[in-house]
Design a protein around this ligand. Structure first.
Ligand SMILES: Nc1ncnc2c1ncn2[C@@H]1O[C@H](COP(=O)(O)OP(=O)(O)OP(=O)(O)O)[C@@H](O)[C@H]1O
Ligand SMILES: [Mg+2]
Length: 491
């Protein structure tokens, strides 16, 4: 143990006694054969039961299924945030986005953590699992982290310090973890890939004040733990994103997940076999996640009357059956009430810090029950590109802050409708030379002017058609009133 010598001399009587104990353990674990080791450790444990030190051990794996112990990961992360410069043996793991190596102390190393004036010693140990013939496989290695401290700190450690370590460690794990994009496949399981979407609020083209409002809402939500507990609400929030195709709804979801550092669960409702499978999927989602249902208006005819699939409803009414009043799960499909339960039923409160996002191109088609405030707390319209939005795209795509053609472009955005997706496509550099910006902006001006001219023509045509219809109606009214007069006269 490289730091043992230092501990013998450097941390006073407590450190020395802890160090001595750990030194004995390490010697036993390193130099005695497996069978003999367990006898000796048993014996040493009995003797140490009379000392004044307390040991708490956290194993790397728990349970029958060898699940990695979350507490172990959190403590490891906490210890990795402490200085590792004195260690000779370190382990390295890839951190978030596989870019940076995170260093932690390796087995047989130890460190003293100071907390509220107490010196607390963490020791990393590694033992080889018994009944295994091969020692080369990593699965044979049993790692653990042991906390050793004087018994006078027992209450402080168990009631305060360990919570502090877990909280800090979990925060580091969250910061460092690779975020995931999940989707549900058939048979009701989530599968995932690493979430690596570049969208951020900085590169979303939309009205700046609306953007600011969304960011503030998200920040308040992220800090809302106490608030939600106080008002007795589950810590979750629903967003409805609506607007024409290509206005940035899916991009906004990625930007939200990146901003909040959340995973995304992209729920494909048509693949869900009924309400109970929906509930199961919900229970498998993690905290700090965005659960997304895209194009909710196209999912399972949710615009229909609550609960009853239309064909079933018609059949039943023909047969004279009584209409079902409770949740129906006909044909193994998710019903609207199943979905409402998913959003705000009792089961939905099982997780924490979850955003539920629906997207639609046709908000007006949705059942009002689905999007009422409280379920979909915030309705966000993503609309056609405005001049402010265009400036963000010009900065992103062409690195332009200003240009003499902006003056021509500004009024055109007020006079016609174009989606940010179309603008973005036109701003993609074509020739990779200095004239790119000029070429792209001129293309955009031409496209906007054409749209404006087309829109004017269409408006004129519509007006002509309208007046023709009115004329036709007037003539019809006239001839029918003439007919009536003739009839009156003949009577
Ligand atoms: N507001 C925006 N800001 C920046 N880029 C945008 C915006 N809207 C669209 N884009 C660009 O257009 C592409 C398509 O946008 P996106 O898929 O987010 O649209 P959508 O609203 O989800 O469309 P749909 O209704 O068809 O699903 C994106 O990859 C992005 O590059
Ligand atoms: Mg989309």
């Amino acid at each position: 143990m490289s730091r043992m010598a230092e501990m013998w001399t450097g941390v006073g009587p407590l450190g020395s006694s802890i160090a001595s104990i750990m030194f004995i353990y390490t010697l036993i674990e390193r130099y005695f054969p497996n069978r003999l080791r367990s006898y000796i450790l048993n014996y040493v444990n009995r003797i140490l039961a009379f000392t004044t030190n307390i040991r708490i051990t956290v194993h790397e794996y728990t349970g029958d299924h060898l699940q990695r112990n979350v507490a172990y990961s959190a403590i490891e992360a906490y210890l990795s945030s402490k200085s590792t410069k004195d260690f000779k043996r370190l382990t390295a793991q890839l951190g978030r986005n596989s870019k940076k190596l995170v260093l932690t102390m390796d087995a047989d190393e130890s460190m003293i953590d100071e907390f509220r004036g107490a010196k607390l010693c963490w020791v990393a140990t590694k033992t080889l699992r018994e009944n295994k013939s091969s020692y080369s496989s990593s699965a044979d290695v049993k790692r653990a982290l042991t906390l050793v401290f004087h018994q006078r700190y027992r209450d402080m450690v168990t009631e305060v310090y360990l919570n502090h370590v877990m909280e800090k460690g979990m925060a580091i794990l969250t910061r460092n973890r690779q975020r995931k994009l999940y989707t549900n496949c058939r048979y009701g399981y989530w599968s995932h890939v690493v979430l690596d979407h570049p969208a951020t609020f900085d590169n979303i083209a939309m009205d700046p004040s609306k953007k600011k409002e969304i960011i503030e809402d998200l920040v308040a939500f992220g800090k809302g733990k106490q608030y939600y507990a106080k008002v007795g609400k589950a810590w979750k929030r629903g967003y409805l994103l609506y607007g024409p195709p290509g206005t940035g709804k899916s991009t906004m979801i990625a930007a939200i997940a990146n901003f909040m550092n959340y995973d995304i669960y992209d729920l494909e409702l048509t693949a869900v076999q009924g309400n109970s499978e929906l509930r199961k999927l919900l229970l498998e989602t993690s905290n700090k996640s965005v659960i997304v249902i895209e194009d909710i208006d196209c999912s399972l005819g949710l615009t229909r009357k609550r609960d009853i699939p239309k064909d079933k409803e018609e059949k039943d009414s023909k047969k004279g059956d009584k209409q079902p009043t409770t949740d129906q799960n006909v044909d193994n499909r998710v019903t609207l009430s199943g979905l409402l339960n998913f959003i705000d039923g009792l089961w939905s409160t099982c997780g924490r810090e979850r955003l539920i996002v629906f997207t639609t191109n046709y908000k007006e088609k949705l059942d009002p029950a689905l999007i009422r405030r409280g379920r979909m707390d915030k309705h966000i319209e993503l609309s056609y590109c405005c001049f402010e939005g265009f400036k963000i795209l010009a900065k992103n795509y062409l690195n332009l802050d200003s240009h003499h053609l902006f003056e021509t472009l500004c009024p055109l955005f007020n006079e016609t409708q174009i989606t940010p997706a179309d603008v973005a496509e036109m701003l993609m550099p074509k020739a990779n030379d200095e004239d790119d910006a000029e070429i792209c902006l001129k293309d955009l001006i031409r496209a906007l002017e054409k749209r404006k001219a087309d829109a004017r023509l269409k408006a004129e045509e519509d007006a002509r058609e309208k007046s023709l219809t009115k004329e036709g109606e007037a003539k019809q009214n006239e001839s029918s009133s003439n007919g009536a007069n003739e009839e009156d006269k003949s009577n």
